[in-house]
Design a binder for this molecule. Structure first.
Ligand code: NAD
Ligand code: TYD
Length: 354
């Protein structure tokens, strides 16, 4: 039995689905179902006794403590977070509460539970804290990719809150001996990603005939990793990672935002051409840049490859094609998640609906 937090979000739901496809260990999935959490992602598990969904918050110490006592997990995989940089700029409070205070409470509950285990189960227990490359700040064009030894230099309220949670996770290992592992991953893409993030937003807007908003000059660089590769890396770190260590996870796929958007347009031109015969790139619109926008992220994932034998299975080209096809095949899901709270967000961030 393992406890997953945030397992109804983008990466968490991919993780739950992939885990249960590979193993029989049941999952307790604790998720607060914010705007980003969606049980539809897990509909394939309806009736599967290996998946127990609990609607609740990581910040609820009593609840988490009771869950741990009842289910006695051998590991906690902690995805739950507020995850969108632009939202953190509009309203940082939720990021402080969930990412910092919530992680602190979860660590406290984990520590109390872990202290009560017998020696063998204590030694086998793992707390895996899922984090981001954004904690390392921004790189210049010729700089070497982030290694695990890179200085923390977070620049957005989101990355600052994740950095704070990484420090707490580290301290719980160093001070209390809790077997914590931290992973810092680059930008994920793939099925079930909420269309506020670049790739699903662009696919959604393209098909809806709306502008494809590119912040600033579109020359910012991100490293992209297909979500199933991230999930596999996490499984590997739980299985063989050394407590107290951090592992960078990345796809060796540095792309400018403009290139990513053009790739998506070209793929859509092929798979679902516009009825007027025009290219989707005609919808590209340059908009005001994100404040404090990090210029470049690049991840050096060689430690994970060298020590634990993990490598991404997908290239950007194979992963992005799977992703575009997935969104084309799941328009009903997109339509469901883009009602209500999504419309409010789009109105607030990009202005009145196009
Ligand atoms: P997401 O926003 O899609 O999902 C977050 C999930 O957490 C949602 O299901 C939400 O309901 C849940 N949640 C929020 N607050 C909660 C609380 N208080 N208690 C319980 N559940 C709560 O995020 P994601 O993109 O799947 O990211 C998951 C994790 O991976 C985050 O920690 C994020 O920082 C990290 N990460 C994401 C990326 C990426 O590209 N998306 C890259 C690297 C690391
Ligand atoms: P995003 O998907 O929000 O991830 P992150 O900010 O965590 O890297 O954004 C990816 C990149 O795309 C980032 O440099 C911001 C940019 N971007 C746009 O240019 N337009 C958009 O509408 C969005 C959402 C992002």
């Amino acid at each position: 039995m393992i406890l997953v937090t945030g397992g109804a979000g983008f990466i968490g739901s991919n993780f739950v689905l992939d885990w249960l496809a590979a193993f029989d260990d049941p999952i307790i999935n604790l998720d607060a179902l914010t705007y980003a959490g969606n049980l539809e992602n897990l509909a394939a598990l309806d009736g599967d006794p290996r998946h127990v969904f609990i609607h609740g918050s990581i910040g609820d110490f009593e609840r988490v403590a009771a869950l741990l006592a009842t289910h006695q997990p051998r590991a906690i995989v902690h995805f739950a977070a507020e995850s969108h940089v632009d939202r953190s700029i509009h309203g940082p409070e939720d990021f402080i509460q969930t990412n910092i205070v919530g992680t602190f409470r979860l660590l406290e509950a984990a520590r109390a539970y872990w202290n009560g285990l017998d020696e063998a189960r204590k030694a086998a227990f793992r707390f895996l804290h899922v984090s981001t490359d954004e904690v390392y700040g921004s790189l210049l064009p010729g700089d070497a990719a982030f290694t695990e030894a890179h200085r923390y230099e977070p620049n957005s309220p989101y990355s600052a809150s994740k950095a704070a949670s990484d420090h707490l996770a580290r301290a719980y290992h160093h001070t209390y001996g809790l077997p914590v592992l931290t992973t810092n991953c680059s930008n994920n893409y793939g099925p079930w990603q909420f269309p506020e993030k670049l790739i699903p937003l662009v696919i959604h807007n393209a098909l809806a005939g709306k502008p494809l908003p590119i912040y600033g000059d579109g020359q910012q660089i991100r490293d992209w990793l297909y979500v199933a590769d991230h999930c596999r890396a996490i499984r590997r770190v739980i299985e063989a990672g050394k407590p107290g260590e951090t592992y960078n996870i990345g796809g060796w796929n540095e792309k400018t935002n403009l290139d990513v958007v053009k790739t998506l347009c070209a793929m859509l031109d092929e798979l679902q051409p516009r009825t007027d015969g025009q290219a989707y790139t005609t919808q590209i619109t340059f908009v005001t840049d994100r404040p404090g926008h990090d210029r470049r992220y690049a991840i050096d994932a060689s430690k994970l490859e060298r020590q634990l034998g993990w490598k991404p299975a997908e290239t950007f080209e194979t992963g992005i094609e799977k992703t575009v096809r997935w969104y084309l095949d799941h328009q009903a899901w997109v339509n469901n998640v883009t009602s209500g709270a999504y419309r409010e967000w789009v109105g607030k961030h990009y202005g009145a609906p196009a």
